[in-house]
Ligand binder design. Structure first.
Ligand SMILES: Nc1ncnc2c1ncn2[C@@H]1O[C@H](COP(=O)(O)OP(=O)(O)O)[C@@H](O)[C@H]1O
Ligand SMILES: [Mg+2]
Length: 274
């Protein structure tokens, strides 16, 4: 078993201004967080809103600095301003919750998807164009030629998130961190977008962190899970063990919120939030 990503004792506190007061309070967003992601597996990080899920994603990519702790890619430490960090940012791609936030509305779909290739100086113009078409086909946005010339507002929410997925996979990442990738989408299309992500993950042997507040999709989608509360890991392990045989009282309380006994119906008409 290969650990493609490992975090060691990550800690991060934020100072938050109190409303109607000059005072600020300290928020613990990550507290002694330790975990690893296995090669080719999906690790869910689950917890309520504000539990520190996005902070972990940002710390991994060093979009924010940890107060303390280390991050390892294939057991090599990723330090600030290092060549490793540059390489790591290509190997580890992020998919955000809101496709509108993460794509430029004035660019064509083709330019949006080929942007990472340009940033990393990969391929000729012609090669990039061909790659965009192939990648659009991989995310099932067809006819690819036609879609590539459109602008984001001409697509549906689900199609826009497929564009975001295409942009993440065009650089052939080893790792994808998907931060609540379907929570902004209509309930009726969440399952198909998750299925697509899983299909791409398996075919390309990508390792994935799936961040969610929804234990039901985590159960369907992930191999392993971490339950997060106030920046701390409450429980972790294989998805079956943690969700069918939880040891921690907090995990138990989250699971009891899931009322649907038949997993086939989980996506149907309700969101099961933790
Ligand atoms: N840049 C920031 N400045 C101040 N507080 C922040 C910042 N980012 C996150 N927080 C706080 O840290 C906690 C964890 O946030 P976050 O990681 O976004 O949680 P989640 O993604 O699980 O909803 C929350 O209390 C949030 O308000
Ligand atoms: Mg978040």
């Amino acid at each position: 078993m290969k650990k493609v990503l490992r975090v060691e004792d990550l800690a991060k506190k934020f100072k938050k201004k109190k409303i109607f007061s000059a005072d600020s309070e300290e928020v613990v967003a990550a507290d002694s967080v330790n975990f690893y992601l296995e090669q080719g597996k999906i690790l869910a990080i689950a917890g309520q809103s504000g539990s520190g899920k996005s902070t972990i994603a940002k710390l991994i990519l060093r979009a924010i600095k940890p107060d303390s702790g280390k991050i390892f890619h294939n057991e090599k430490e990723i330090k600030d301003n290092s060549d490793e960090l540059k390489k790591f940012r290509m190997k580890c791609q992020m998919i955000y919750q809101d496709p509108y936030d993460s794509i430029n509305p004035r660019m064509t779909i083709s330019d949006i998807i080929s942007e990472p290739l340009e940033i990393h100086n990969l391929g000729t113009k012609k090669e990039r164009k061909q790659k965009v078409i192939n990648t659009l086909q991989m995310v099932k946005l067809e006819p690819a030629e036609e879609i590539s010339k459109k602008h984001p507002h001409m697509l549906s929410g689900g199609q826009r998130q497929r564009v975001v997925i295409a942009r993440a996979i065009i650089v052939k990442p080893e790792i994808i961190i998907a931060d609540e990738p379907v929570s902004m989408l209509d309930v009726s299309i969440r399952a198909e977008v998750l299925e697509l992500m899983k299909d791409i993950q398996i075919k390309n042997n990508i390792s994935m962190i799936y961040i969610t507040h929804d234990l039901a999709t985590a159960k369907h989608f992930a191999d392993n899970i971490i339950i997060l509360n106030s920046g701390r890991i409450m429980e972790s392990g294989s998805i079956d063990k943690v969700l069918t045989n939880p040891e921690n009282a907090y995990t138990k309380s989250l699971i009891s919120a899931i009322s649907e006994p038949d997993p086939k119906n989980l996506y149907k008409d309700k969101e099961i939030a933790v």
